[in-house]
Design a protein around this ligand. Structure first.
Ligand code: HOZ
Length: 428
């Protein structure tokens, strides 16, 4: 049995100075029981906790560490950058370089603005879409999580779903009433709403693969029809690719599914593990952003040189030949192994994957939206999570989060993970 004594002590201390002892709710392990593990360091596919336990990591900082933790090229570049100063609050060549790399990979965007988190990216993109269309209302999908800005915490995924607070107190009704929520994958609901309400709808924001209720894939035709409907009605289509960007493919979900949104939000991978978000889109829309246009959005640390350096280095590594094939192969090996382990252990599970993001649900029914994801047996998931942790495998501490593969995961790591899964599943 692994001991977590030091983590327990740290958690107790943390509880007295930080709300819930954590700086982001899902980390608290509330959904799976037990105490959160406090991380000391990470390298490659492994993380190490305060008690000296090591784990093969499929959380990967909730997605960004696609190269693996502390990748040598990123560490080298950051060491050099830190010597030159850590923040200037003024333009640098680095932010231009990262912007160019992003625009090259996402041809749907003509211009991009760097911010500090995914939340900032979605919040700002929506403001710009509203300014551009001169309309107020937005459509989002149940279970999609677009950060914690007011108006987006309506039927939200991630921690909001995990803790059963999809509509957060503190959000004025006047904000929430401008948000229309519809079931993911239900194109008829979208059609009906747009036909009736298009005059007041500024934008549709969507996670093209929903990574915040596990991993829910779009049904064939759903995104395509959404694109047609929004285009026809002058509604800005925003792809929230904070999770899927540079993850499901180099060009994100829009390249994976062949759809061109009007605006895109990015985060996670483009920061290479440092706090970065970005939003961008068509020239005529982005020209609304101050100082080019009247829609205000700003940030002292936006385009921060360290974050830009980690992002540039990560994207350069990812653009090397064969990278996505390799990570796809590893992800498929894990998928086959986990599906087979569940079958051998007599467990009903459903596994979904887009590129290197994935989720196992404890259900025998198809998962295609928020309600079907919620039908998954979270009690079984908790047991699975704890059994895996004891066997040295770190999964996200919630059924409603995606798992991620990195380039640093070896065949041996995956074999060990599958063996641990079989042993755990047999005991549930
Ligand atoms: N909302 C994040 C994952 N979908 C969780 C972030 C964190 O707890 O660090």
């Amino acid at each position: 049995m692994k001991s977590f004594d030091l983590s327990k002590k740290l958690y107790k201390k943390a509880l007295s100075v930080i709300p819930g002892g954590v700086n982001s709710p899902v980390r608290a392990f509330k959904a799976v029981g037990g105490n959160p593990i406090f991380i000391e360091k990470a390298k490659g596919s492994k993380i190490y906790d305060a008690d000296g336990n090591s784990f093969i990591d499929y959380v990967l900082s909730w997605g960004p560490m696609i190269l693996g933790h502390a990748h040598p090229a990123v560490v080298r570049a950051l060491k050099k950058a830190v010597e030159k100063g850590t923040s200037f609050g003024a333009p640098t060549a680095l932010e231009v370089e990262l912007a160019e790399l992003v625009l090259k990979a996402y041809p749907s965007m003509d211009k991009v603005r760097m911010v500090n988190s995914g939340t900032e990216a979605t919040m700002s993109a929506i403001r710009v879409a509203r300014g551009f269309t001169k309309r107020d209302r937005i459509i989002k999908f149940e279970g999609c999580y677009h950060g914690h800005a007011d108006g987006l915490l309506v039927k939200a995924g991630s921690g909001a779903t995990t803790f059963g607070i999809p509509d957060s107190p503190g959000v004025p009704k006047s904000y929430a009433k401008n948000t229309i929520t519809l079931p993911f994958n239900d194109i008829n609901a979208v059609k009906r709403t747009i036909e009736k309400e298009w005059r007041s709808i500024a934008c549709v924001i969507i996670e093209p693969v929903v990574g915040n209720i596990g991993c829910v894939l779009p049904r064939p035709g759903f995104l395509e029809t959404l694109r047609k409907l929004t285009e026809r009605n002058g509604i800005v289509l925003i792809f929230d690719e904070v999770m899927t960007g540079f993850r499901v493919s180099f060009g994100g979900a829009q390249s994976y599914y062949g759809i061109k949104p009007d605006m895109t939000c990015l985060g996670k991978v483009i920061g290479g593990g440092l706090p970065v978000g970005a939003y961008g889109g068509k020239k005529e829309i982005m020209s609304m952003v101050a100082p080019e246009g009247p829609v205000y959005q700003a940030g002292t640390l936006s385009g921060n040189p360290l974050a830009m350096t980690a992002g540039i280095t990560t994207l350069k590594e990812l653009s090397k030949a064969g990278v996505y094939r390799k990570i796809g192969k590893r992800s498929s090996m894990l998928e086959k192994g986990l599906v087979d382990a569940a079958r051998r252990a007599g467990q009903s599970t459903r596994f979904y994957r887009a590129g290197s993001m994935f989720c196992t649900y404890f259900t025998d029914r198809e998962v295609y939206d928020y309600n079907t994801a919620k039908m998954s047996d979270t009690g079984k998931f908790s047991k699975f999570f704890s059994g895996m942790l004891q066997r040295g495998i770190n999964l996200a501490p919630s059924q409603f989060e995606a798992g991620f593969m990195s380039l640093a995961h070896s065949d041996k790591d995956i074999e060990k993970t599958i063996k641990a899964a079989y042993e755990t599943l047999k005991k549930i």
